[in-house]
Design a protein around this ligand. Structure first.
Ligand SMILES: Cc1cc2nc3c(=O)[nH]c(=O)nc-3n(C[C@H](O)[C@H](O)[C@H](O)COP(=O)(O)OP(=O)(O)OC[C@H]3O[C@@H](n4cnc5c(N)ncnc54)[C@H](O)[C@@H]3O)c2cc1C
Length: 355
């Protein structure tokens, strides 16, 4: 395909698709109105945990299967990102510990082992859980390392990034505003605008809404959990995610507050209550940072991937956008460049079927 592709939005999905398309020789321009990666993509904890997510947040079989497919693509995709960007992006697939046991943990036959209090204490001495399930092969990476690396890989493959706010979209052209002036870019348009998708003129009917998540980063005074922990105690649910430098992330809220940014006392106290029930040592940790971000949610919890009314869409990844980056980039690029059919369960048109 010789036609240029204009990607609206420079989050992880804009960067990942730019890398995929540019690697195949397509001319790619990414238009970002703010700082590349500064919204949901670097607010994320970076968990790669399709099974724990499906179990704890009621994901569908499709959500679980695309999540597992994407996790399977991660090592080879990261190797390509690292080779192109010359940045190292460590991947930690040391298992995810989920508080409680599930009678339905046949979810996709993921290898999962039930652990009692003693076994948990043996592998994670900082936790005080009485029972948990260890899902192997899942884990985390740091989005603040990943996103700049994917952007650098996209640039190295030939993609360019321009600053500007897209204020109009039609099949074949976008109008962007930058430094007070308007400019038009032509090409095939792909919307990667995350939670703001339905704010893009012409896309108001796409059912993507923001779900705010608050997060804290702390420096513990003693050894923290060494792997991702999903907590589901009497004081609410949350998660704990380690970092290589000893920091630990604890999150997160799920709030329907529109695009209201901010960290609230109620949000922080619910995060701390959920996590400290599993990890009492959290009480002595120094709080380093607190932030919030907007997950791009859809009514059925699945992303919107494919063509709709003459534009292409790669958005709506909700809680699993980091996990789903390699899958989305591969699938949307194959549909765009090779005409590969998109799974109807993911196609944006599924919400507009007649009848
Ligand atoms: C607190 C929190 C924790 C999370 N934890 C995880 C996790 O552990 N694992 C996981 O897999 N996922 C997680 N997620 C979800 C994940 O972060 C998102 O699904 C994913 O980052 C969405 O990426 P994106 O590129 O679509 O959106 P974004 O990163 O939000 O990027 C969209 C970009 O589009 C730009 N844009 C919008 N409109 C326009 C316009 N008109 N013109 C130009 N630019 C525009 C925005 O400025 C923005 O930079 C979490 C999210 C949050 C908020």
């Amino acid at each position: 395909m010789s036609e240029r592709c204009i990607l609206v939005g420079g989050g992880l999905h804009g960067c990942a698709l730019a890398f995929q398309l540019a690697s195949r020789g397509v001319e790619v321009v990414v238009v970002e109105r703010g700082v590349v990666g500064a919204e949901a993509s670097t607010a994320a904890a970076g968990m790669l945990a399709p099974t724990a997510e499906a179990w704890r947040h009621g994901g569908s079989a499709t959500a679980h299967s695309i999540g597992k497919a994407s996790l399977g693509l991660y090592p080879a995709w990261l190797a390509r990102v690292e080779a192109a960007s010359r940045c190292r992006v460590p991947l930690h697939l040391t298992g995810v510990l989920v508080e409680g046991v599930s009678s339905s943990l046949a979810v996709g036959e993921q290898p999962a082992r039930r652990l009692g209090a003693q076994e948990i204490a043996a592998i994670e001495p900082s936790l005080t859980l009485s029972e948990a399930t260890l899902v192997s092969g899942e884990g985390w990476l740091d989005p603040r390392v990943l996103v700049p690396a994917v952007q650098a890989a996209a640039r190295a493959a030939g993609a360019s990034f321009v600053s500007g706010e897209v204020v109009d979209v039609s099949a074949g052209a976008v109008t962007l505003r930058r430094e007070g002036a308007k400019d038009q870019l032509t090409g095939r348009i792909v919307i990667c605008a995350g939670a703001w998708t339905a704010c893009v003129p012409g896309l108001e009917r796409l059912p993507v809404r923001p779900v705010r998540g608050q997060m804290l980063s702390v420096r513990p005074s003693g050894p923290p959990p060494s792997r991702v922990v999903f907590c589901a105690g009497p004081l609410g649910s949350g998660y704990i995610v380690p970092r290589e430098d000893g920091r630990v992330l604890v999150g997160s809220t799920m709030e329907e507050v529109g695009f209201e940014r901010g960290v609230t006392a109620a949000g922080v106290s619910s995060i701390l209550a959920a996590a400290s029930h599993a990890w009492p040592g959290l009480a002595d940790a120094e709080v380093l940072e607190a932030w919030s971000g907007f997950r791009p949610a859809t009514p059925d919890g699945l992303p919107l991937l494919g063509e709709w009314n003459g534009v292409w869409v790669a958005t709506g990844h909700h809680r699993n956008g980091v996990l789903l980056a390699p899958f989305t980039a591969a699938m949307v690029a194959a549909a765009l460049l090779d005409g590969t059919a998109v799974d109807p369960a993911l196609a944006p048109g599924r919400f507009f079927l007649a009848g």
